[in-house]
Ligand binder design. Structure first.
Ligand code: SAH
Ligand code: SF4
Ligand code: F3S
Length: 449
């Protein structure tokens, strides 16, 4: 007869895990992957660090500010660690990949460092640091391995991220990403189709393809990015496809034509980072296009997809940027209808070529230029938003409380409207009566078939 001990149900107490996420959508998706993997190994996500026995900071190092934030966040956990010495603190993401074991030395509170290519080993890494009670660093790139992963999402919403490429081979002279995410790899085409189909069966209506440079996607069977979009539009029942980020050098007529042909599914929104309006700055940035080349691509897009919404990234104060160069960036804003602008002061990054350029621009000039740029763009954006007034937009509803709903139009505009029932996941027609640069308001005029 079994002893009472053997008969008693085994109660395994779950440990709390808290992940704080910085940086781009790639990191948001990686945090979701970490939560999913940890849930499978008996962790439960908690909403604040003081409830956790495991804290992971999923860091970003694209500019200096996010790096500082990681250091100060770890510092805030000192008291928690004093209260609970078994609390484990890890750093993941791009700072982890960049700093590797140096992080353990510089920030003694950190117990483990996990690089961007080691996420799938997270449960084993944690089991090891706990059983051996010693610190660990896993930050080697797995360049020899094919990029074959299944998208892991706990509760997919209406719209879900799917990584299609990882890494970057472009080596723009300002950018740390090729050093923190490694060489560029594309996932097999068939695996992406399977992912999309699985997510559709879980209620997903929109997939958001992610990569540092999505439009250089090339699958094992030779499918390019345009063909991937076409394949997903034709072979699956997904309602919408979004993607980010595209590099202007890989934006070609085939992609534009397919976007137009399948515009019912492929969103009419293109984020096309220009970085600068000056050809000589672009050359020193190693962007491999000129101002004229960029303008030509924009013309191709606008001529083929009327009504398309454009957005961009700009860096001000890149080393050697003169007043004239900066003026060229300002005039570009008048030539290209960018509805949204993400702009940053140049920040020297480790390992990058531009950090070693000797003609760095003083901080005050960078700040002045950024303020001027945003001011000019604000007026342009307000003007551009007016075109939506009176238009009826197809909105995929993301949130609804039975009274108010919001969703996104095919142009990636956030649209708010009143409702009398919960419409989450439905595509509806909304007639726009108020247009701000970032959001629109309108009236529900019907469901969309
Ligand atoms: N892969 C994307 C960009 C990824 S980083 C692309 O090529 O467009 C996101 C943005 O951060 C960049 O477009 C750039 O505008 C900005 N950025 C990158 N490195 C930077 C740096 N060192 N200083 C300031 N901004 C930077
Ligand atoms: Fe960085 Fe350039 Fe690669 Fe974008 S394309 S991730 S800016 S190196
Ligand atoms: Fe930051 Fe890394 Fe993304 S540097 S922007 S988290 S790729």
């Amino acid at each position: 007869m079994p002893s009472t001990d053997q008969m008693a149900p085994k109660i395994v107490e779950k440990s709390g895990v808290y992940i704080s996420t910085y940086g781009c959508q790639m990191n948001v998706n990686d945090s979701e992957r970490m939560y999913t993997l940890l849930e499978m190994s008996n962790y439960v996500p908690v909403t604040s660090a003081d409830q956790a026995s495991l804290i992971i900071i999923n860091s970003c190092s694209v500019r200096e500010k996010p790096v500082h934030k990681v250091h100060s966040e770890v510092g805030r956990y000192r008291k928690l660690k004093e209260k609970n010495p078994s609390l484990k603190i890890g750093v993941a993401g791009c700072v982890a990949q960049q700093e590797k074991k140096k992080l353990l030395k510089d920030v003694p509170l950190v117990d483990f460092v996990i690089g961007t290519d080691s996420i799938d080993e997270l449960p084993q890494i944690i089991a090891k640091i706990k059983s051996e009670n010693k610190k660990s660093v896993d930050a080697k790139f797995k360049h020899q391995q094919p990029y074959q992963i299944e998208t892991l999402i706990r509760n997919p919403g209406v719209s879900t991220f799917i990584n299609i490429t990882k890494g970057c081979d472009n080596f723009c002279t300002f950018c740390v990403v090729p050093f923190t995410r490694g060489r560029e790899r594309s996932r097999p085409y068939k695996q992406i189709v399977e992912d999309v189909n699985k997510l559709i069966s879980r209620g997903v209506k929109e997939v958001y393809f992610l990569g540092q440079n999505v439009n250089s996607y090339t699958s094992d069977c030779g499918v390019n990015f345009a063909q991937l979009l076409k394949g997903i539009a034709l072979e699956t029942d997904i309602e919408r496809i979004r993607y980010t980020t595209s590099h202007p050098k890989d934006f070609n007529q085939e992609l534009i034509d397919i976007s137009q042909e399948y515009r019912e599914k492929i969103c009419e929104y293109i984020h096309l980072p220009v970085q600068s309006g000056s050809t000589s700055v672009l050359e020193r940035m190693n962007r491999v296009y000129t101002r004229e080349g960029y303008l030509k691509k924009v013309k191709m897009i606008l001529d083929t997809i009327p009504g398309v919404a454009l957005s961009t990234d700009i860096i001000v104060g890149f080393p050697g940027e003169t007043d004239e160069d900066f003026e060229q960036t300002l005039t570009l804003l008048e030539e290209v209808p960018f509805e949204t602008l993400y702009a940053y002061k140049y920040s020297p990054r480790p390992f990058t070529k531009a950090a070693r350029y000797t003609d760095q621009v003083p901080e005050e000039i960078k700040s002045e230029r950024l303020t001027r740029l945003f001011k000019i763009h604000k007026a342009i954006a307000a003007q551009l938003a007016k075109k939506y007034l009176g238009q009826t937009l197809r909105v995929l509803v993301e949130q609804s409380n039975g009274e108010r709903s919001f969703g996104r139009s095919q142009h990636n505009k956030v649209v708010h409207f009143k409702t009398t029932n919960n419409l989450v996941g439905q595509t509806v027609d909304v007639k726009i009566h108020t247009a701000f640069p970032a959001t629109l308001r309108g009236e529900l005029v019907g469901a969309h078939e």
